[in-house]
Design a protein around this ligand. Sequence first.
Ligand code: GAR
Length: 206
Amino acid sequence: GGAPVKRRLVILASGNGSNAQAIIDACASGELPAEVMAVVSDHGEAMALTRADAAGLPAVHIGRRAGETRPDYDARLADIVTGFDPDWVVLAGWMRVLTLSFLGWFPGMVVNLHPALPGQLPGLHAIERAYEEARAGRRSGTGVMVHLVPDEGVDVGPVLATAEVAILPDDTLDQLAQRMHAAEHQLLVDTLRRLCTRSLTNGVIT
Ligand code: GAR
């Protein structure tokens, strides 16, 4: 009994932040028993930061400094994220590879969203590449996945959830991208709900 305990989320997002917005909205509606502690971006002009600010949440820009190594940036990022004491770190359109000098501080706690099915189309522009392959007759569908990020592999790690998305013969790239993003918003929120409720039912709240 009692009030549900809210899990603490920190979202890392490099760009538009439509997935960050889906999480923020699901927390606000109570659909997700969680609280967004901060949205962090490597790009100061990211719409994701504007969205966080509009929702009254901390919007943190951590830009890469001139000459800064990747591990040094990641250590600085880890410091800031640790300050928000997250239960889960959510990569929602985070477009920088993270090294162990970040990931080592959050074992089993980093969740990534990628617009392709496991083992397919890692890296940038996965939706565009799937669309081109379909136009060339080499695929009839694609999908989205949510997975854990154990190490420096790109868009690879233990899979938490997938959803298939068909590519229709007369799809425009824009139509496909819109269906992909709708699938992502739902899959990410559903998966986070599962993760956030799991710890509750397992009784591991401290
Ligand atoms: C999403 O499609 C996400 O899956 C993708 O970036 C987009 C961000 O959209 N991530 C990757 O490609 C990771 N390799 P958003 O900023 O509107 O949430």
